[in-house]
Design a protein around this ligand. Structure first.
Ligand SMILES: NC(=O)c1ccc[n+]([C@@H]2O[C@H](COP(=O)([O-])OP(=O)(O)OC[C@H]3O[C@@H](n4cnc5c(N)ncnc54)[C@H](OP(=O)(O)O)[C@@H]3O)[C@@H](O)[C@H]2O)c1
Length: 276
């Protein structure tokens, strides 16, 4: 399944008030789509709506937002039903809500694990569940935003990796199930990307986690969003922007090498610490 033209399409961007979701919404506005943004915080949604509207291609496009916490499935059903009624049914759903709070396993609380699963697995499940009848009817498209940490489990990401691996499993099974219905499915796996979310992620990052991820570089969210749009145009299942592509290939064919490089970085860091 490929998207030939974004013009006139109704695009639901969940997590669209910031970072990768916002960048995708801005590009889609430029490409002529009608865009509705979803997130919890009203202030950032209002600011994002202004930015997205400013990128419109023509006057007939429609833009709006709705406040939503995707971890609450009853709220998701209610808010999505209102969105379908007021804005129009979706042709494309982009699920970009998420966050990472890396730490040592011993420091990660049950509540943090619960929140990660509710956000990355249940949350995406909830939005898809609420919108799938419309997406099937319109032979639409779903893209879930995962991470490199959806196929590699690096130091410090135990709860995040568990929830993103789960999202990978959900999305892979969904791809197979929805292909005969004419609904396209992609999963975007970005490397480190310079977003407000990444700034929060860095506040408490264990030094080992920073050492392991340093080699992958830092992408601009606009570049990641461009890769996302291009991936949907090509109907690619796994979309791997920047260094994610090489990591994906290495992990599939030489998983021992990925482990070796990560372990080596941690060893070097600890040796350096012991010597100083
Ligand atoms: N940045 C990176 O380095 C990176 C790398 C790989 C993968 N990713 C993934 O890319 C996605 C976007 O990340 P980002 O860096 O762009 O983050 P961001 O700048 O923090 O944006 C996250 C968005 O999700 C929304 N959100 C968070 N929790 C939500 C909830 N419970 N219900 C509804 N909306 C919610 C946020 O708004 P509110 O807080 O107001 O709800 C915001 O709009 C995430 O899934 C992340 O895991 C990011």
């Amino acid at each position: 399944m490929k998207i030939k033209d974004f013009e006139g399409k109704n695009v639901y961007v969940v997590g669209g008030s910031s970072g990768i979701g916002l960048s995708a919404a801005e590009i889609l506005a430029q490409r002529g789509s009608n865009v509705i943004l979803f997130a919890r915080g009203r202030e950032r949604l209002e600011e994002a709506l202004e930015k997205v509207t400013a990128r419109r291609k023509n006057e007939s496009q429609r833009f709006t937002f709705k406040q939503l916490d995707i971890s609450d499935h009853e709220e998701v059903e209610k808010v999505m039903a209102e969105a379908v009624e007021g804005f129009g049914p979706p042709d494309i759903l982009i699920n970009s809500a998420g966050r990472a709070l890396p730490d040592y396993f011993e420091n990660i609380s049950y509540e943090q694990l619960d929140e990660s699963m509710k956000l990355h697995l249940y949350g995406n499940w909830n939005t898809i569940k609420a919108l799938l009848p419309h997406l099937k009817q319109r032979r639409g498209y779903i893209t879930n935003v995962c991470s490199v940490v959806g196929f590699v489990g690096p130091f410090g990401y135990t709860d995040y990796a568990a929830s993103k691996f789960a999202l990978m499993g959900l999305t892979e099974a969904l791809r197979s199930e929805l292909k005969p219905c004419g609904v396209g499915v992609s999963i975007l796996c970005p490397p480190d990307t310079d977003t407000p979310g990444f700034e929060v992620e860095n506040r408490n990052k264990p030094p080992e986690t920073a050492a392991v991820s340093e080699g992958g570089g830092l992408m601009r969210p606009e570049r990641v969003a461009q890769a996302l749009i291009k991936g949907m145009e090509k109907g690619k299942f796994v979309i791997t922007p920047g260094s994610a592509k090489m990591i994906y290939v290495l992990k599939r064919h030489f998983p021992w090498l990925v482990d070796y490089v990560m372990d080596r970085e941690i060893r070097k860091l600890r040796k350096g610490k012991a010597a100083s």
